[in-house]
Every structure is written in structure tokens, then in C-alpha cells.
Design a protein around this ligand. Structure first.
Ligand SMILES: [Zn+2]
Length: 352
């Protein structure tokens, strides 16, 4: 078994990715390293940004997990049965995406909800446009997987679509995975892929936070922590895109379905969403957005992410959005409920 330094490199890279809002939001994203018989994976509900300030990694036994994935054994979904308990003193639970990491033969795997990737991965022509952008990167072997619920179904889809040597996988309506023989190479590859997929962000009119604060007064709605979130409501093109539907899973997990719009002459205190899945992000067109006070820690990160993603999509681009069934599946998924409970009870916030 190699020394601890490789894991330390993963910790440092994870913290860096976790602090970059264009790569990671809240508890999203996960990283891993295969060492000996173990797969060291981020724990469910923990934040990559906290990698250097608390233990967020735990080991799972790789061979039995891989066997379970191959057999489509439901225990592979949560992977809790494969945790190496003696090396998990905090009793952490593995990421819901652990099986996705296990199917790669590369030692280091990074999965992030990269804004540049997501802005392309929500398009109906995602596979073609991403392949085109990555063509100039000689060392990239890429495949694209249309949207599947994160977890075991996704792991199995990657396993059947990837060739030996596939080191970049883009996930429809979801994000990016890169893999390499070591942590440094994986980090470097992620940077280059993200750059190749980058699109300019559209400028947005300024928010009217005084008007928003006055509107929100006495209601269950509040201003977002990050003022960049307002662009979803001040830029009509962003708002039209956001209104087509929920674009990726963590938006639903943290903010519910897409975005609600405050009708004219209605105060937020009197507003009730009629959507099938709750809505915790409220757009006041031309003024900015409000966030429901009940959102989980991390909801603010996802509010900003929506402005970042929609700002990189051109008007009238054909998009694939999550269906209501897919939204419900995310809202009711018990692994997600666990993640949500952890987020709700967490105290110290690493947001900055
Ligand atoms: Zn993910």
C-alpha cells in the first residue's frame, strides 16, 4: 500500500475544487483514490470545500463493490456494506456516487458539477457539441452518457459505454468526470477539459436589492447570500431558460423544481407555488431572486449556479430538462434524504 501522501494530494485538490463555485456547489461533486484494495471516496453529505478541515474520506473494499456492480446487486447503490469499518472511525457513509468511481480503472477520479460542462450537458445536442469541443485535446478519450439518476444505474451505463482508457465522461444534465493515474494528472486534466468546454457568460442588469428586501419583508423568503444569483431574474434570457425546467439534479435536491416567478401585484408572503415538486427559488423579474428560508445549507450555492449555467446558454438553445418523475425521484430518494438531513444539521459553513 502506498504512503499517505497520495491521499493528502487528493485532500488538497478536493479542497481547491470545493472552493471554486464554477466547479463545485455545496455538497455536490466527489473525488476518489484507489490505493491497494481500497477505494477512498468522499463521504455522502460532506463538502469538498471542507476536505482540509474535517475528515471527508472513507475507504470501501474495491473488489467486492465492483463484483456487486457487475451483478447489478442493489447493495452497490449505497455501498455501505463495503465500507472498511476499522478505517472509518467517524462512521461516515460513502457518497451516493461511489459506484461511479469504482468502475474506472484509473486510480484518481474526480467528479464535479462543473458549470462550463453543465451549460453544454443540458442541451439536446450535448453529446455532439461536447465531443466537438474536446476533439483538439489529444490525450482525451471521451464518452457522453445521457441523463440517468446518479448512482448505480449511472455506474453501469458508464461501464458499458466506456472503452479501456476512457478518461473523460460527461453526464447529461449533470456534470463531468475525469480520471487519471494520479491525483495531479487528474487535476490538470480537469482544468483543461473545463477550459475547452467554457462559454462566455452573458452580462446581466443589476439587481434591485432594496426593492427585493422590501418585498420579502415579513415573508418566508430572503435575499440570496451571493448577489450573482440575481442574474437569473434580471436577465430575461436567463429567466426564460430557467423556466424551461429543472436542469440538473442538485438544483432539485437543494432548491426544488426549477424557479418560481412572483406574479405582478403579489407579495412573496402571499405567494404559493402550484408546482408538483416544491419550489424554493423565487424570481422577481427585473429585480432579482429570493430564496425560501427553509432551504438547506448550500441552497445559496445552487442559486448562484443557476445564474452561472443559464448565463452561458444562448437564447433559443434546445434544452433537455428533468421530467417531473425525475424530479420526484430526486426529492424522494432516501440517499438524498440522508444527504439533505446532513446538510440541514451541519453548522459551520465554509462558504466564502
Ligand atoms: Zn454528481
Amino acid at each position: 500500500m502506498a504512503g499517505p501522501s497520495r491521499l493528502e494530494a487528493l485532500v488538497a485538490l478536493s479542497a481547491r475544487l470545493g472552493r471554486d463555485p464554477l466547479k463545485t456547489q455545496a455538497a455536490g461533486g466527489n473525488t476518489s483514490l484507489k490505493q491497494g484494495d481500497a477505494l477512498w471516496i468522499k463521504a455522502s453529505g460532506t463538502w469538498l470545500a471542507e476536505a482540509e478541515t474535517r475528515d471527508i474520506f472513507l475507504p470501501v473494499a474495491l473488489a467486492p463493490l465492483r463484483a456487486a456492480i457487475a451483478a447489478n446487486d442493489s447493495r452497490a447503490a449505497k455501498a455501505t456494506d463495503f465500507v472498511v469499518a476499522e478505517d472509518n472511525p467517524l462512521g461516515l457513509r460513502p457518497s451516493v456516487e461511489t459506484s461511479v468511481h469504482a468502475v474506472f480503472s484509473f486510480a484518481a477520479v474526480l467528479h464535479v458539477h462543473c458549470i462550463e460542462t453543465v451549460a453544454l450537458a443540458v442541451r439536446t445536442d450535448a453529446a455532439a457539441v461536447i465531443a466537438d469541443r474536446l476533439r483538439s485535446l489529444d490525450d482525451v478519450a471521451h464518452c457522453h452518457i445521457p441523463y440517468l439518476k446518479p448512482g448505480l444505474p449511472l455506474a453501469r451505463a458508464i461501464q458499458s459505454a466506456a472503452r479501456p482508457g476512457t478518461n473523460v465522461v460527461t453526464l447529461g444534465n449533470h456534470g463531468l468526470i475525469v480520471a487519471a493515474d494520479d491525483v495531479e494528472a487528474a487535476g490538470e486534466l480537469l482544468g483543461r477539459v473545463s477550459k475547452a468546454l467554457a462559454s462566455p457568460a452573458r452580462a446581466a442588469p443589476e439587481a434591485d436589492t432594496a426593492a427585493l428586501a422590501a418585498l420579502a419583508d415579513g415573508s418566508d423568503w430572503r435575499l440570496p447570500a451571493d448577489p450573482l444569483a440575481h442574474a437569473t431574474a434580471t436577465d430575461p434570457i436567463r429567466l426564460a431558460i430557467a423556466l424551461t425546467g429543472s436542469l440538473y439534479p442538485d438544483h432539485v435536491v437543494f432548491l426544488g423544481s426549477a424557479v418560481a416567478v412572483l406574479p405582478e401585484d403579489t407579495r412573496p408572503a402571499d405567494f404559493t407555488s402550484l408546482a408538483a415538486v416544491p419550489q424554493m427559488l423565487l424570481a422577481v423579474p427585473g429585480k432579482g431572486v429570493l430564496i425560501h428560508r427553509d432551504v438547506l445549507r448550500g441552497g445559496d450555492d445552487l442559486a448562484r449556479a443557476l445564474a452561472e449555467v443559464t448565463g452561458r446558454i444562448a437564447e433559443n438553445t434546445a434544452l433537455r430538462v428533468l421530467t417531473t418523475d425525475e424530479e420526484r425521484e430526486l426529492f424522494n430518494w432516501d440517499a438524498e434524504i440522508y444527504r439533505r438531513a446532513l446538510a440541514a444539521t451541519a453548522t459551520a459553513s465554509p462558504q466564502s
